[in-house]
Design a protein around this ligand. Structure first.
Ligand code: 3HC
Ligand code: NAI
Length: 706
């Protein structure tokens, strides 16, 4: 018999008495149809061939197997199914060993669990992350894992989707042996030959005994169910996971598998699965900006930060946490001391929570240095300016940077709204100037808008993406305009929310409807958290350029005039008694709104929560379409990632543009045209939206790799 019929994605080779089966399907050995066919054929061959006494499954490249091929979900299934492949591996009459390095995730771990013996080497990552894609392990994972390690440990892994390292996997009982060297193939072959020498029997995970204490395992399921009800936040698959694991405790293996399949298919059909998988690919696609394809990043050894306020300090912490040195510049000694204190406060908070040691803080702070002289930035590779949002102040800072920084240093601004083209034009080296728009708190928020001005050189853009990687941020490339992608779109849906408030919806109803949609906070809660004064300053700045006919709701101004800036002043749209962080509705605010409605001559009307969301989302999607149309965002998916990572958009809905596709673009356009009857200036359909509807296309059709 030919043991290796073709140089295929699954290769076979006889090594002594062991059939070495290698999954070689770049980039991550995902279990596409060819791999499934190859594995099945390999096991058939092993059973049929007398020369084979055991089987060893390994992955080529950096991983064992990253899981099912996510790109196949939502398409017509191609046999053999993964559950069938796993069952066939398990029923192999000869011992099957899986030797794991790198990722053994999802279906990858399920293949390993179907093997009879498992070994993992250092650096292995084992997990069942399906929940993060809106799924549950669908190839026996919910049935075999609890049988091997008990319901509690299995539920912890499956509900969190976290990865366990080799040592933890060994302690849990997921693997039988730890490889002592990094050579997974040598370790695996040695293990297989040892098992043969010891006449080790075929040992099936379906017969493993970790569920023998039925009562204790049912109690673990009940506890997980209670916890999941509290924590699932609208997610569909977590409760299905609990149900499937309960079946593992309660029912024979085959019945459990059948239930798992049924629940898996329900998850597969759910729009949440589509949203989460869109998010998975989108967050990888945003890394592929045109400049990152061709240009090489510059060095990033030493970072400067100008300004030690809210953002400067947060950015400095992000940089320090990435292991890089930071030099902070402030205007005077007192401000510099405050900047340092802001940073120390973050670390002191971690120490108080037991998440950092005092020694670790001391160690981190040795990488911080501060100065009130720009000369300290002479050898910085990249400087991020985070001073007041004022063009003349920023230009003065950039003039200093231009004077002191070495040739080739990247000069970045964290401006929220200002014209970076103009800022770049004010220095002698515009090709080195870029926007790096962080979000507050900058050490925690994952989004980094990389704002690309006209004259910037490609390697500076590539350097910005490289910095994002070092800081573990998700970069999105944006063009220059007022507000870039995120804040520009935000201004529009905030205006829609303000209009609804003036027309009759209370801010509390709007916030509740937006939370029910899946955002962690509603727009008025966000204002109170960020500080009403920030938006007030922006509104004043824009007053001169506002369209004279544009509707302008003054309610927020009335609150700001009273000094009600939100949490930091104890009241804003909500009341925050005694420094409380969760606000209470404020009857005085409702009275102010009422007065403003009268002043504007508006008779308030009722809004349903559904109408609130229709308007809120239509405004967000329409401006998102404009941002794509004007090339500010490269693709719709860049808008999606901006909102997922910077604005709390519910991940399971994939982002505003994906949500629009799921709703149907004709429906969104019809909504906008209906709303335009009241306010045609505000509700002007985006030309891109109109064009896509005319062509019968969707936003996804514009999501090609750049
Ligand atoms: N299917 C298809 N493509 C996948 C994939 C998968 N399971 N996992 C990764 N890829 C692709 C990525 O999209 C990326 O493609 P690109 O180069 O075209 O952008 C490429 O592989 C490399 O991926 P990363 O950039 O993420 O590489 P890293 O080295 O940073 O990370 C990894 C590797 C840890 C394996 C990470 O890719 C990962 O977490 N993958 C997903 C794992 C997962 O969720 N598995 C469960 C799948 S669902 C399942 O198995 C259902 C089953 O129970 C029936
Ligand atoms: P902030 O007022 O908290 O801090 C500004 C700091 O800059 C102050 O410490 C001040 O002493 C210092 N500074 C002013 N002029 C200086 C100079 N010439 N040289 C050195 N230091 C100087 O302001 P914040 O909130 O940190 O904002 C900074 C920038 O970041 C602004 O451009 C803002 O638009 C932007 N931004 C703010 C966000 C936020 O949520 N606060 C989010 C994203 C960007």
């Amino acid at each position: 018999m030919n043991l290796n019929p073709s140089a295929d994605v699954v290769t076979r080779e006889l090594r002594g008495k062991v059939l070495l089966v290698t999954i070689d399907h770049a980039p991550v050995n995902a279990l596409g149809a060819d791999v499934r066919r190859g594995l099945l054929a390999a096991i058939e061959a092993a059973d049929a061939e007398p020369a084979v006494e055991a089987v060893l499954i390994v992955g080529a490249g950096r991983n064992f197997v990253a899981g099912a091929d996510i790109r196949e979900f939502g398409k017509a299934p191609v046999p053999p199914s993964l559950p069938d492949v796993c069952n066939r591996i398990e029923t192999c009459a000869k011992p099957v060993v899986a030797a794991i390095h790198g990722a053994a995730l999802g279906g990858g771990l399920e293949v390993a669990l179907a093997a009879h013996y498992r070994l993992a080497v250092d650096g292995a990552k084992l997990g069942l992350p399906e929940v993060q894609l809106g799924l549950l392990p669908g190839a026996g994972g919910t049935q075999r894992t609890p049988r091997l390690i008990g319901a509690q440990a299995a539920l912890d892994l499956i509900l969190s989707g976290r990865h366990a390292g080799a040592k933890e996997a060994h302690a849990l009982g997921l693997v039988d042996r730890l490889g002592s060297s990094g050579d997974v193939l040598a370790e695996g072959l040695a293990y297989a030959h040892e098992l043969l020498a010891a006449h080790a029997p075929v040992r099936r995970t379906r017969d493993a005994a970790a569920l023998s204490d039925r009562a204790a395992n049912l109690a673990a399921v009940a506890a997980a169910r209670a916890e999941t009800v509290k924590k699932a936040r609208g997610l569909f698959s977590p409760m299905k996971i609990v149900e499937a694991v309960e079946a593992a405790v309660d029912q024979p293996f085959e019945d459990g598998l059948r239930l798992e399949r049924k629940l898996f298919l329900q998850c597969l059909d759910s729009p949440q699965r589509a949203g989460l998988i869109h998010a998975f690919f989108a967050e990888r696609e945003v890394l592929k900006a045109p400049e990152t394809r061709d240009a090489k990043p510059r060095a990033l050894g030493k970072i400067g930060v100008v300004g030690g306020g809210t953002m400067g300090a947060g950015i400095a912490v992000a940089v320090l946490d990435a292991g890089l040195p930071v030099t902070m510049i402030e205007r005077d000694d007192a401000s510099l001391a405050r900047g340092r204190a802001h940073i120390e406060k973050v670390y002191d908070g971690l120490i108080a929570k037991g998440r950092m040691s005092a020694a670790a803080k001391t160690d981190v702070m040795t990488r911080w240095s501060g100065s009130i002289s720009y000369d300290a930035l002479a050898d910085a590779d990249l400087v991020i300016e985070a001073v007041f949002e004022d063009m003349s102040v920023k230009q003065a800072v950039f003039a200093e940077l231009d004077r002191v920084c070495k040739a080739g240093a990247v000069l970045a601004t964290n401006t929220s709204y200002l014209d970076i083209d103009a800022l770049a034009a004010s220095v002698a080296r515009p090709a080195d100037v870029i926007g790096l728009h962080f979000f507050s708190p900058a050490n925690l928020m994952k989004l980094l808008e990389v704002v690309v001005p006209k004259q910037v050189s490609a390697d500076v853009v590539a350097t910005a993406f490289e910095l994002a990687k070092k800081l573990k941020k998700t970069p999105v490339r944006a063009g220059v305009c007022d507000g870039f992608i995120g804040n520009r779109v935000l201004a529009v849906y905030r205006a829609a929310a303000d209009a609804m408030m003036e027309d009759g919806a209370s801010p509390y109803q709007i916030d509740a409807a937006v939370r029910a949609f899946g955002f962690p906070m509603g727009p008025f809660q966000v204002v109170d958290l960020a500080g009403g004064d920030i938006g007030w300053a922006t509104r004043k700045r824009r007053a001169a350029t506002r369209h004279p006919q544009a509707r302008y709701v003054q309610i927020a101004d009335r609150l700001c005039e009273r000094g009600w800036f939100g949490q930091k002043t104890g009241r804003g749209f909500y009341l925050y008694p005694e420094g409380s962080r969760s606000g209470m509705p404020d009857p005085e605010v409702e009275a102010i709104i009422e007065t403003e409605r009268k002043r504007a001559g508006i008779t308030p009307r009722n809004f349903t929560d559904e109408e609130i969301i229709r308007r809120y989302m239509a405004a967000m999607i329409n401006e998102g379409a404009n941002v794509v149309h004007e090339g500010i965002a490269l693709r719709p998916l860049d808008v999606d990632v901006t909102f997922l990572y910077g604005y709390g958009f519910p991940r399971y809905r994939g982002g505003p543009m994906h949500y629009a596709d799921m709703t149907g673009l004709p429906t969104i356009l019809a909504d906008i045209r209906e709303f335009a009857k009241e306010d045609p200036l505000f509700w002007q359909p985006s030309p891109l939206l109109v064009e896509l509807v005319e062509r019968g296309a969707d936003f996804a059709s514009l999501n090609q790799t750049v």
